[in-house]
Design a binder for this molecule. Structure first.
Ligand SMILES: NC(=O)c1ccc[n+]([C@@H]2O[C@H](COP(=O)([O-])OP(=O)(O)OC[C@H]3O[C@@H](n4cnc5c(N)ncnc54)[C@H](OP(=O)(O)O)[C@@H]3O)[C@@H](O)[C@H]2O)c1
Length: 267
């Protein structure tokens, strides 16, 4: 049985990367997908590409870090399809730099998109998702397992999702709502991917050297599988699983290893 046939799924940040791949794979399963991102041109291009393949997709250009934009996402999805079954909080961005160096004006940026964006839309969509006995999946990162030097703001935002998800899962227990949290590992980046610098300006994302990167379609497939099985938590990649286990046994050891690794890289 295909649990996603004819379901309506909102995927935030689906104009590229993991979100786009998720959208494609779900649309192939007969899902009606609401695509989202801030770049209207990029979003439209993806929609045209998908529609030419016969997929049912629509677009909402919106910045999920803004509450009113999140209202627009939900309202448009409801207006277009009449209901919403699943929400995938995928939109996210990283910032590279020491906490000490981040400009005060840029301190909120990463929390606003990765955490507040997920919270706003989840809160707004919750009554609908519960009524449909659908679900909400949060895309975290292995950086959310233990505070990562040079990515402290990103780690914090992804770690905060854990508390949100645990509370939400307890509060909605017995309602039929699925709540999941995915710790995605190091993934191959789509060309042109950007992150933020310490001033809050976009800069090209350079692939992390010396580590095996999981291909984007593999990550998307893993996320769908996780939702199909209604799994609460899934940690991706060998390195992610290892970090998770070590952190449970000895966070001090993980802290030591990370400190050494970052010193070795000259930070
Ligand atoms: N790639 C990795 O190695 C990796 C590892 C662990 C976790 N993750 C997580 O996986 C998710 C997807 O990552 P990715 O690598 O696929 O990223 P990506 O290639 O940079 O794509 C990010 C998507 O989010 C959208 N977006 C960014 N800010 C947004 C905002 N404020 N409102 C609405 N849309 C926004 C982008 O479109 P616009 O820029 O046009 O808005 C784009 O569609 C993120 O949550 C990320 O933290 C990624």
């Amino acid at each position: 049985m295909n649990p996603f046939q004819d379901k309506v799924v909102i995927i935030t940040g689906s104009s590229k990367g993991i979100g786009k791949s998720l959208a494609e794979k779900l649309a192939q399963r007969g899902t009606k997908v609401v695509l989202n991102g801030r770049d209207e041109t990029a979003l439209k291009q993806v929609a045209i590409q998908f529609q030419s393949r016969g997929y049912t997709v629509s677009t909402v250009c919106a910045d999920v870090s803004q509450l009113e934009d999140c209202r627009l996402v939900l309202e448009t999805a409801l207006k277009t399809y009449g209901h919403v079954d699943y929400l995938i909080n995928n939109a996210g961005s990283n910032m590279q730099g020491k906490i000490e160096d981040v400009q005060p004006d840029a301190l909120r940026l990463i929390m606003d998109v990765n955490y507040m964006g997920a919270l706003y839309l989840t809160r707004l969509a919750l009554p609908e998702l519960k009524a449909r006995k659908g679900g909400v999946l949060f895309i975290s990162s292995v950086a959310g397992i233990h505070g990562l030097p040079m990515h402290g703001l990103y780690s914090s935002a992804k770690m905060a999702l854990r508390a949100l998800v645990e509370a939400l899962r307890a509060e909605t227990s017995g309602s039929g709502l699925y709540v999941g949290l995915a710790y995605v590992g190091l993934t191959q980046n789509e060309p042109g991917k950007t992150i933020y610098d310490i001033n809050g300006n976009p800069i090209p994302k350079i692939d992390t050297k010396g580590f095996k990167l999981q291909p984007i379609p593999q990550v998307a497939e893993g996320l769908i599988h996780m939702m199909e099985q209604r799994r609460f938590i899934r940690v991706f990649t060998f390195l992610g699983k290892l970090t998770n286990i070590l952190n449970r046994i000895s966070p001090t050891f993980v802290q030591f290893m990370l400190t050494q690794a970052y010193k070795k890289r000259g930070y």
